[in-house]
Write a protein of this length. Structure first.
Lengths: 415, 522
């Protein structure tokens, strides 16, 4: 157990959900007769869920500040529809239409941010209003009819990376390059971190632990590189997936390593204390709500690109998937707690459930039921652990020697 | 005339995994006695009270509790309450949106024909309130009451349950002098009605003033217990047994060398944000020199905190007028961020609600008011953060195994050190400390005092707000007094004593000190 801890970096709690995810994938792969872990299934899984995960990025920040945004589905639908309409009716080039859609996201976000930040209206109410207004708006401007979108957008919604270079690699070389970059980046940051830790903390992780960690993570990346890259010719790691990865890196950095990110957690944890530490609470609220709607517009564009047309009911119910992802990822309803990476794992758990149950032939109705129970179970597990101070499933499977001793002899030693 | 024993706790031992919280503790309380329990934080006082009140049920501890002549085996709080034992907790537990009547009879409703008889309940409430010396409408919502009044309502609630033994956990830690006096008076009054009180307190002067017996607990052991004559308690003996060594002087020696005036506030006026036209600060003017410790005395609700928070970037109330000069230059401070930038730091009185984000770790808290300082290449740098936090953990002697520990797990004294570290990290010129030693034990207080001296020695201007007059007299070079939003005077440390201060805090013209109670808005 001690060795596992050293490899994983001490805090086992965060790996609970990752482990659950891995187990889920393997179980589905077995029950579906090997159809889960195929190139095409994972390519579809990623490009078919990227837009929800993009929403979850913004939703995490909204939930961390202690608010909620119910309007994201409607904002996505509305921006996508406006984009399709301006491209068709005013003959705007596709990129200009995209900018118009993003601008709408920003404007809606600013509008909702003003209500929340300046007037102090709870986000729940503000965005419930926004949800109704914009859903009505989509149906109104589209006259309830789907509108075809510019063909160029397909790249963002369902496109693949280009083919190039030698064929002997046996897979899509763009994907291979991405995989190599990922492994190199991971190895480099790990080694750098270890090198720096001496001068900072005075302690040094054993080299073998770092190396084992790099090898393990590297193997996982290798496998997925191969999985995504070895599909039928012309396919690769999907473009929406790449957009998502870039956004994850950006938002992970924002939340973990910028002042604004710290302010989000400070405001969510204790608003009054944050204000007395020099945090502009209103500004933090405003920017977080603004960012959410911006990402919603982006998600809307990606979805329209994938389905090649904007429909009047696009985005209905997306807010719920995004919110569920955030909470499965361990965020606190009361705000202040939650991370981008855990949220992404939560979102992927939902996506894998969707995909796996579909492969097993479970209908959409029962899938919904199961997802509901999973959400409850995940959050209940989290709450239970917090109350009882247990770290994780792993901690339970491999109790330390000390904890075992204490459990066997609750009165403690008499020495 | 010895009253009979009402409570005997014999050889109580309570073990938590790995810790012996109580080890063979004995406590004896006589009827109609005020029994003080002293001890540093973590000494086991609260654990003992939890054993007594059934929070830790019978069977989870060793030893016997004999109460009113028979052995008690409480399984929960309800059973101890039925037996007439009530605890008034440090944190008040009433529901702010409900009325006094509703709170007093919560869980104990006056029922007639299956419905609550509000008229009877209201009538009973009125009687109970009179017994604790309150003359307010029983329909008043709790949120409109000051802390002192809320505490009295809590006691009224205990009385409604026919209490025989009242346990008060740090009853005066959140009260001003006038309310504390009032509460102690009430305890004396209860004593004449044969109600016994156990009081846990850090305030030795109060213990000295009213208790009949003192038990000192240290590290889970009873180290000293003796009967005393109220008004004739040897404070030094208590301190000696609490810390296991004698503290010669409760306030460390310090000689200040004030320099130039570096902070000057003139004609500061602030309006109550809730009541238009009501001024909480009226033309307040004061100044602080470099290296000087300036005290602010005033009853709770006098506007000390409001004044400071308003100066600190208009964090409270509506600013109406006034100027701030730092090092002779007039500055315009309109936000907390600009106040920090101008070199002001404010350590709030309410550590848990205003000072800390309790879900953060030590390292995140220390840097939280000065994130700029840990930026490298545009991004926050975890190594710089660790270095900064580690530096303060060591220099401030914060007792935690690492800086990745959550601040919610620390004791009050260590939490306060974290808050001080957070503000020292902003490298301020002017430090405003609002009740910096509230609710922390004697040993940690001493460390904080030394820290304040060290800051003054570095040439910082220190403003110290405190409700404990001995603390101000022991620490401050000069003391301003505030009454109802007005600065009523300034005294040099040498010419000040408790009486003079109290007279100015109640504005000589006003008789007695009742006014503080009603003006208690926070």
């Amino acid at each position: 157990m001690k060795y596992i801890k050293q490899v994983l970096g001490g805090d086992l709690r965060q790996y609970t959900m990752v482990l659950a995810l891995a187990a889920l994938i393997i179980i589905f792969n077995i029950t579906s007769g090997g159809r889960m872990l195929t190139s095409s299934n994972f390519q579809n899984l990623l490009s078919g869920n990227a837009y929800v995960l993009v929403l979850a990025l913004g939703m995490l920040m909204v939930i961390v500040i202690g608010q909620i945004d119910l309007s994201v589905g409607s904002v996505a639908g509305f921006s996508g529809m406006v984009m399709a309409l301006v491209a068709r009716d005013f003959n705007l080039p596709w990129w200009l239409a995209v900018l118009v859609a993003l601008a709408i996201g920003v404007i809606v976000g600013a509008w909702q941010g003003l209500w929340v930040a300046k007037l102090g209206i709870p986000g729940f109410i503000t965005t419930l209003g926004g949800m109704m207004i914009l859903r009505g708006g989509v149906i109104w401007i589209s006259k309830s009819i789907s509108v075809p979108a510019p063909a160029e957008l397909k790249l963002f919604g369902a496109g693949y990376l280009p083919e190039w270079g030698p064929a002997f690699t046996g897979m899509n070389n763009s994907t291979l390059l991405l995989g190599i970059i990922a492994i190199a980046a991971f190895a480099l940051t790990q080694l750098q971190k270890r090198a720096r830790s001496v001068s900072v903390t005075g302690t040094k992780e054993p080299l073998w632990a770092v190396v084992v960690r790099i090898i393990l993570v590297g193997a996982v990346i290798c496998y997925f590189t191969w999985l995504f890259g070895s599909g039928r010719p012309g396919t690769s790691f999907p473009v929406p997936g790449l957009i998502l990865v870039i956004l994850i890196i950006i938002y992970h950095t924002i939340t973990e390593r910028t002042k604004f990110g710290r302010h989000i957690y400070a405001v969510g944890g204790n608003k009054s204390a944050a204000a007395l530490s020099g945090v502009n609470v209103q500004r933090t609220y405003f920017l977080t709500m603004l960012n959410m709607s911006f990402l919603a517009a982006l998600a809307g564009i990606m979805f329209v690109g994938r389905s090649t047309a904007a429909g009047p009911s696009d985005g209905a119910g997306w807010e719920m998937d995004a919110i569920a992802s955030v909470f499965i990822g361990g965020a606190a309803v009361s705000g202040g707690i939650g991370t981008i990476l855990a949220t992404m794992v939560g979102g992927i758990v939902m996506a894998v459930l969707n995909s796996g149950l579909m492969l097993m032939g479970v209908g959409a109705d029962r899938t919904q039921v199961i997802k509901g129970f999973v959400l409850l179970a995940a959050v209940a597990f989290d709450v239970y652990n917090k109350v009882h101070g247990r770290s994780s499933i792993i901690g339970r499977l491999f109790p330390d020697k000390e904890t075992k001793l204490n459990e066997g002899n609750p009165a403690g030693s008499d020495s | 005339m010895e009253n009979p024993l009402i409570l005997q706790m014999q050889s109580i031992t309570k073990v938590f995994p790995g810790v012996r919280a109580l080890d063979d503790v004995t406590l004896e309380v006589r009827r109609g006695e005020i029994h003080a329990i002293c001890g540093e934080n973590g000494a086991g006082k609260s654990t003992l009270m939890k054993v007594l009140s059934g929070v830790y049920p019978y069977g989870t501890y060793e030893g016997r509790i004999i109460y009113m002549g028979s052995e008690m085996t409480f399984k929960n709080i309800k059973e101890s309450e039925n037996a007439g034992i009530a605890i008034i907790h440090q944190e008040l537990t009433m529901i702010p949106e409900l009325s006094i009547t509703e709170n007093i009879f919560m869980g104990n409703e006056v029922v007639k024909h299956g419905l609550i008889d509000w008229d009877a309940a209201r009538h009973l409430t009125k009687e109970l309130l009179e017994r604790v010396g309150l003359t307010i409408d029983p329909d008043t919502q709790i949120k409109h009451l000051g802390v002192g009044q809320q505490q009295l309502v809590e006691i009224a609630k205990a009385l409604s349950k026919n209490v025989k033994l009242l346990i008060l956990d740090e009853p005066t830690s959140a009260l001003n002098e006038a309310d504390s006096e009032n509460l102690l008076g009430l305890m004396r009054d209860l004593k004449t009605k044969d109600i016994s009180c156990i009081m846990i307190s850090h305030k030795l002067n109060e213990i000295a003033a009213i208790s009949d017996a003192v038990t000192v607990i240290r590290d889970g052991h009873t180290v000293d217990t003796y009967a005393v004559e109220a008004g004739n308690v040897d404070e030094d003996r208590i301190i000696r047994s609490m810390v296991g060594r004698s503290i010669e002087n409760r306030y460390p020696e310090h000689e200040s060398h004030p320099g130039e005036i570096i902070f000057e506030v003139s004609d500061w006026c602030v309006e109550d944000p809730r009541v238009a036209g009501r001024l909480v600060c009226k033309n307040s003017s004061f100044y602080v020199r470099a290296g000087e410790i300036v005290g602010f005395a005033g009853l709770m609700g006098a506007g000390r905190t409001e004044l400071m928070r308003s100066i600190f970037g208009r964090n409270y109330g509506n600013y109406l007028g006034g100027t701030i000069k730092i090092k002779g230059k007039q500055v315009r401070i309109t936000s907390v961020a600009s106040a920090i930038k101008s070199g002001i730091a404010y350590v709030p009185e309410d550590r848990k609600n205003l000072g800390l984000n309790l879900i953060d770790t030590i390292r995140k808290t220390i840097v939280s008011a000065n994130l700029k300082a840990i930026k490298r290449g545009g991004l926050l740098n975890a190594d710089e953060e660790f270095r900064a936090a580690e530096e303060y953990r060591k220099s401030l002697n914060i007792k935690a195994s690492s800086v990745d520990i959550g601040v919610n797990t620390l004791s009050g004294g260590n939490q306060q050190k974290v808050v001080l570290g957070k503000w020292m990290f902003t490298e301020p010129e002017i430090l405003i400390l609002d009740e910096p030693t509230r609710g922390i034990d004697v040993g940690a207080k001493y460390e904080i005092y030394r820290l304040i001296h060290a800051l003054a020695n570095q040439g910082k201007a220190v403003i110290l707000i405190s409700s404990e007059l001995p603390e101000l007299l022991g620490m401050a070079d000069r003391i301003y007094t505030i009454f109802e939003g007005k600065v009523t005077g300034v005294l040099d440390r040498r010419e000040a004593d408790q009486e003079v201060l109290m007279r100015r805090m109640t504005d000589t013209s006003a008789t007695g000190s009742k006014s503080g109670k009603d003006g208690n808005a926070s």
